[in-house]
Write a protein that binds this ligand. Sequence first.
Ligand SMILES: C[S@@+](CC[C@H](N)C(=O)[O-])C[C@H]1O[C@@H](n2cnc3c(N)ncnc32)[C@H](O)[C@@H]1O
Length: 639
Amino acid sequence: MNSLEALRAEIQLLRQRNQALARELRITREKDRHLMRLTDRFYRRFDEGIDFSDASGGAPFDGISFVVVAYNIPRHLRRTLTSLSPSFQGIAPEHLEVIVIDNGSSPALRKEDFQEFPQVAKVIRVDGHPSPVSGLNQGIEAAKFSTIALMIDGAHILSPGVARNTKSIVQSVPRPVINVPQYTLGPASQNLRSVENAFEVEEEALRELGWPANGYALFDYAVIPGEVVNKHTLDAIETNCLITTREVLADCGGYDERFDEAGGGLANIEIFHRLTHDESNQYISFPGEGSFHQDHGGTTTALTSEQRDKLVAEYYEKYREVTGDDKNFSLRPTMVFGEVSNCNRTVPTISTEYGQARQSILRQLADIYISRVQQNVQGPMPSLTLKATHADERKIRPILSPVGLPRDDERLGYRKLMQKLHKAIKPAAYFEIGVDDGGSISLADCPAVGIDPDFELVHPLRRPTRIFRQPSDTFFANDSLTEHVFSMNFELAFIDGMHLSEFVLRDFMNVEKRVSKGCVVVVDDVLPEQYVMAQRERQFNAWCGDVYKLIFVLQELRPDLHIHVVPAMAGPYRKGIAVISNLDPANDTLWTQYDAIESRLKADDYDVESIDALESRMPICSLEQFDELLGSLEERSAS
Ligand SMILES: C[S@@+](CC[C@H](N)C(=O)[O-])C[C@H]1O[C@@H](n2cnc3c(N)ncnc32)[C@H](O)[C@@H]1O
């Protein structure tokens, strides 16, 4: 072949490759378009609104019985029971009971041992059965409610939304079988490390995390164990909190008591497989919740890997003997329910694979829904895990022209000012009303709690943080919850929720009543730069509402408070923040006069004619005065 022919042959080859690539590109584009169409269909379904409460086929929820097995874990059990208290689970006390199965502990557990846990309805003592399954079946028999949660290893702490989410599912979906994904506590798999004084080490870590006030903080101190098969969707072959109904258990059977080995062998896997694979049941996972295993040297956790492998081989043998099947742990596709937030999606596996994938978890969940739509899968609607994003008021309102104050003055940006306050006060804990995208709460370098009915975090949080998805009035109406939360020592609070004066007044009253005298409360939006921003009706992207009236009310009725108003900026607009100190939690002036104040607010008594009039009544301080204030706060925090 001469060189010309060789060149021709090469050109021919390149052409063919080119054609093949063009074909592939066409196919990829077609797939892409198909995916886009599916995504559009999927989002249209969300836009139309999927309302779980309307779903039919569920049953009334009479309550939930937790059946919890304990064998010589008295201290771990107390933590478990803390997480199973009605206030922690956000459920009425009359709808939750715990049945403790004492599987031969020494000394024996008695009901009187649990006086601080009134939800413990019964302690059932089981002797002569090293396996917990007989006790679990007795617990099912004794359960008062029709929804039953089975916890084969009582050393598991639950996250706070398990009972609440279960209630929604039970009311909406017939025959549910729920998987609460399991995690192990600690920085590394409990099978790989051996910790002396594991309980004390965990105790210190839990204190640091702000648990139990910060129930979801456990996700910051956990790893996904090997039993979880798919790190993205949290598909598992078992769960340590298996929730279902009495009806399902009656039809499918409870635990198989032929699994008589200590710890129950593969009994938990077998029942999970049996219940999830029954086509008449609805298998649902709660990817935003967790069941966290405390290190207590359980049946397999405390073994060397050789011992563990040997034991597991024996378990498999028993499984074959009992079921007549080789181990067959195939997974049934899961439906998912509940909220998955960034703050509880940072859990690594031992290989950190999950950590890397966490950003895409919502995408993964979307894929599940898309494939359901694609396959026309019948059954209950997908859950509200992905909510249709609400229109962002700041984006859909007309843009207000700023008056032209120095744009984005570094020293005056409200977040910069908040940062300085954090630095000076070094609060032990931080409280915020109005979280939105997490911009301000992410400044906290201490445990934090936020309240917002509609937050959507995009800022990474630095420390354990719990955010309650509810309006502040609802939050404060829950006495046991607020008492729990305010056991944290909040030394800095930021009120930036609903921008209407009566709401802000209530927020201030509720915070002041519950914190200590030394706490500093910052209120946003008290010094709008334009009159239109100070109206109760929102008209433009920039809006302060009539929050400024709070300052007038406090000046009139609470002259004892120290109020500094700083002309803080938010982007190109001046909005102002008020820094309020010298609190007096025992002062009830605002509480006794609240109705009269609210009437006056509604009767426009505190309205101003113009921004000049508003400014003239405000205790505005210069940046120098603010620096002095910071100095005194810093001195106080150092002493
Ligand atoms: C201005 S944004 C908060 C911005 C946030 N503090 C920051 O600086 O990054 C106001 C937030 O208050 C929330 N909100 C509205 N009404 C509320 C209420 N009644 N209780 C608590 N939060 C509320 C809204 O959902 C919104 O996310």
